[in-house]
Design a protein around this ligand. Structure first.
Ligand code: B12
Ligand code: SF4
Length: 411
């Protein structure tokens, strides 16, 4: 039984080879552990993706789909062999499984995490059992799944934004917060990998793959302080550089010093806005002051600081954009990334638009990207106060200010 897992291209992005397709590498590892032969076809960065897809041959295809990838993923399914089993999963499908099946020629949609359910489904298919159209993989025990099948991709083909060759690691999944712009695909309960398994994976990346720069891609690496300290204790002598993205309220000077000693050279915070009014509307449960302190403290211990900003959340005005500019002027981050607010399926804004004054949300999923080529994102909703033009003006105003402050870094 030959299985091919496909990562679609994302031509709207400045670089769609910024990171390896980790979700597919996890799925492949579980399939291999169940004795299946798997190939990962990464179409990212390929202009000839349609020709390439038409050439693929396998019994089962699994395709991953984020919302802006939907139109391309739909086309990929049409190009795959008619007699193959075509399964689709990923963030978009998790929230819109029935609609995805109605709008495409996929046979099966899988919600949530696919490590166990995909192998079970393929086994059932092999045994000729009757299959359902929608499966829910739920949230898996991340201490019971194999490490990503990194041998199935060429890790050096990807360029995460860090000094020198870098790659990514997930040490936990989940987040207990409920920000209105986030689709919370990893669930509310945080699942932590053991410190031992994280350290083993990092040793493998150093010894087998020669990486000395690692990005921890967790939603929030610092939620369990005791575990962070344990990992840091182990990593101290490795001499590697690490980038993390914790919530600003999960770190303090003491922890930052420990992280710095363990090799954390770069830290990114989801600051989102310099306006407390906007943070409250977002349900971010964070104060502007906390972000300010977290930036100052990280700089004091010698880390490069990057901030993520969102513009155009319902309620944004010229005044709130000005507050974000003041915040940047005052805190002087080393790097920034500005994203347009997009009401993704599964977010609170998508589920309860009226609560945010949202009067229309587009179904043109190909435009559902927050930042793409030229620093621009799609504009896919309206509120009573903000039409598309006004959202564009607010974005361009802040973007011009930030570019004047420092050029943008992707990632
Ligand atoms: C790292 C990351 C990136 C990286 C790398 C992406 C990559 N190559 O994988 C970069 C910076 C490039 C990036 C870009 C973007 N990202 Co991003 N990103 C993430 C992040 C933090 C981790 C993704 C990841 O690797 N997870 C780990 C793996 C194990 O999980 P997974 O990929 O979801 O796969 C699991 C399941 O989804 C499922 N599954 C997935 N595919 C399939 C396929 C089959 C057949 C089956 C059965 C199951 C299955 O099983 C997998 C194993 O459990 C997530 C948030 C999060 N915590 O997940 C956001 C997230 C995926 N990104 C998001 C967004 C919006 C974007 C952008 C659109 C932003 C933009 N610039 O406009 C782009 C689009 C990229 C793209 N083409 O998909 C949203 C997606 C929302 C949506 N509805 O699509 C998320 C969920 C953040 C959020 N909470 O809102 N991103
Ligand atoms: S944005 Fe970050 S803190 Fe907020 S819900 Fe999503 S993962 Fe959690």
């Amino acid at each position: 039984m030959q299985i091919i897992l496909i990562n679609p291209p994302s031509p709207f992005l400045a670089d769609d080879r910024a990171q390896p397709p980790t979700g597919l590498m996890y799925l492949a590892a579980s399939l291999e552990a169940n004795g299946f032969k798997v190939h990962i076809e990464d179409l990212a960065g390929r202009n000839d993706w349609q020709e390439r897809t038409s050439e693929l041959e396998a019994d089962v295809f699994g395709v991953t789909c984020s919302t802006p990838n939907f139109p391309i993923v739909k086309r990929i399914a049409e190009l795959l062999p008619k007699n193959s089993l075509k399964i689709v999963g990923g963030p978009h499908v998790t929230f819109l499984p029935s609609e995805t099946l109605e709008m495409t020629v996929f046979d099966i949609a899988v919600q949530n995490e696919g490590e166990f359910i995909l192998s079970e489904t393929v086994k059932d298919y092999k045994d000729g059992k009757r299959l359902k159209r929608i499966y829910n993989g739920s949230l898996v025990d991340i201490n019971k799944i194999p490490s990503p099948a990194r041998h199935l991709v060429n890790l050096t083909d990807y360029h995460p934004e860090m000094e020198g060759a870098a790659t990514t690691v997930f040490t936990s999944r989940g987040c207990p917060y409920s920000c209105g712009f986030c689709c919370k695909i990893t669930g509310n309960i945080v699942r932590f990998r053991t410190a031992e398994s994280v350290v083993e994976e990092i040793k493998l990346l150093i010894n087998k793959y020669s990486f000395r720069n690692i990005i921890f891609e967790d939603d929030n690496f610092c939620l369990n302080r005791a575990r962070v300290k344990k990992i840091c204790e182990e990593l101290r002598d490795f001499g590697i550089n690490i980038r993390i993205c914790p919530r600003a309220d999960s770190v303090d000077k003491e922890l930052l010093k420990i992280l710095r000693k363990a090799g954390v050279s770069e830290i990114s915070y989801g600051v989102e806005s310099g306006s407390q009014k906007i943070l409250n509307l977002m349900n971010k449960k964070l104060t502007v002051d906390t972000s300010r302190e977290a930036i100052e403290s990280a700089k004091e211990v010698g880390m490069i600081v990057k901030i993520y900003l969102i513009v155009g959340f319902p309620g944004e005005t010229e005044e709130t954009v000005e507050e974000t500019k003041w915040f940047v002027e005052e805190t002087k981050p080393d790097k920034w990334l500005l994203q347009n607010f997009i009401p993704y399926p599964g977010t609170d804004v998508w589920n309860r638009p009226e609560k945010y004054g949202v009067t229309w949300i587009s179904k043109d999923y190909g435009s559902f990207y927050t930042v793409g080529r030229g620093g621009k994102g799609g504009i896919v909703f309206r509120t009573e106060e903000m039409d598309e033009e006004r959202i564009r003006i607010l974005h361009d105003n802040l973007y011009a200010f930030l570019m004047n402050y420092k050029p943008m870094h992707r990632g």
